[in-house]
Design a protein around this ligand. Sequence first.
Ligand code: ADQ
Length: 453
Amino acid sequence: VETPLLVATNRLPFTLVREARGLERRPSTGGVVSSLDALLRHRGGAWLGWPGLMLRHGETIPHDLADTYRVESFGLSEAEIAHYYDGFCNRTLWPLFHDFVERARFAADDWCAYREVNERVALEAASRTNRDVPVFVNDYHLMLVPASLRARQSDRRVTFFLHIPFPPLDVLRLCPWHQELVKGLLGCDLVAFQTGRHVEHFLAAAETLAEVEVDRTARTVRSAGRVTRVGAFPIGADFERFDHWAREAPRRSWSSRVVIGVDRLDYTKGLCERLRAFERLLDEYPEHRGHTTLVQLAAPSRPHLPEYQDLKREFEAVVNSVNSRFGTPGWMPVHYQYELLPQPRLAEFFRAADVALVTPLSDGMNLVAKEYVASQVDERGVLVLSTTAGAAETMTEALTTDPRDIDATAEALHRALTMHEAERQARMRAMRDRERRNHLHAWAQRLLDGSLS
Ligand code: ADQ
């Protein structure tokens, strides 16, 4: 019999909205949510997270008949949303860990709120499940939970996975509380990252702590008489579903060749640099004018934060300038859509696209690269990928580029658009074989097996 599990994330797999009839659940979509959900459905247990609003006295989370595991929630006050979530999570850790040092804000009241919320989540996790239930803590919002949980229950099994990069020591050190963050993770039995590089960064950070013994070869950290294992567990896409959606998708014919970009509208994703590279391509290789369209799908993200509003304005200005420079009555160079599309629609775009331009400035993994490969059922497209995306560590058949180097990205794009069929197919087939094995659910299972071994 498989042991049940407690999954702890910042958000629950749905958001609660208050309607006239009462509270309603709006399910979240996305790969990670669906894989953790599948895992819990299979093993049973509980999911602990924030439902997106404050429950009022007497309100409870509406039950769903399909629930096969318990849903447990924690609340966040307005001040905590401002200081813990918008503050320390999204204005300190997010930019710092993605190496946007100048954007990172270090405010003591944000840090205090982060500590308090993490404490509370650990308390909830400890009290709402039996001690023999392993806990799987997710992502940068909850880095102090493992140590806090360990202090209460020394025998609890705890695993942590970081979806974003773990930065090199010289960047991490800029955070006045970086040692506390590392100590927080050392409460785990297993700390897991997306890539080997992030593992190395973490071990280097652990080495700076007093009374800690790091074994770089075995990838272990001994502290307070206990051993924490550290490892790379690269996440995968939901391969079979994208493959299936792509095969089922209606075949629309495009009047030009298609280069696709799909991202949350976030400054880490390098959207403006990508457009500049496309513009450079049209400048340097006029043969693509009139024949190639960049389709950029952008999902709204953190739209209430001023830096995201600025980014949206800036990006849309670049779209307009490229379109007005090169556009003709019969051809619009950039087709831009600001909305969250259903995943089957994404698969349709991915299948049709001759090239995917996946050029984040920094990224833990990047699932879009993998979803594109999964949807390339005709094996004729080319993936252009940033060296700075975690995905580049394993997707070695992609054409890689430094996303800040506009000329290099334009070159890579030209090479992709002119590559011979046999080479395109060989590269795509190798990536499809790897990603088919390395799919999302296999990742979750590997992580659990790793934490229980
Ligand atoms: P994200 O930063 O959100 O995730 P990513 O891996 O690219 O980055 O995943 C984005 C997801 O959103 C993909 O599944 C994509 O299909 C979807 N998406 C993007 N734009 C969309 C649109 N317009 N419509 C519909 N769907 C859209 C974090 C880390 C990543 C890491 C993941 C998983 O930052 O590095 O790969 O977690 O661990």
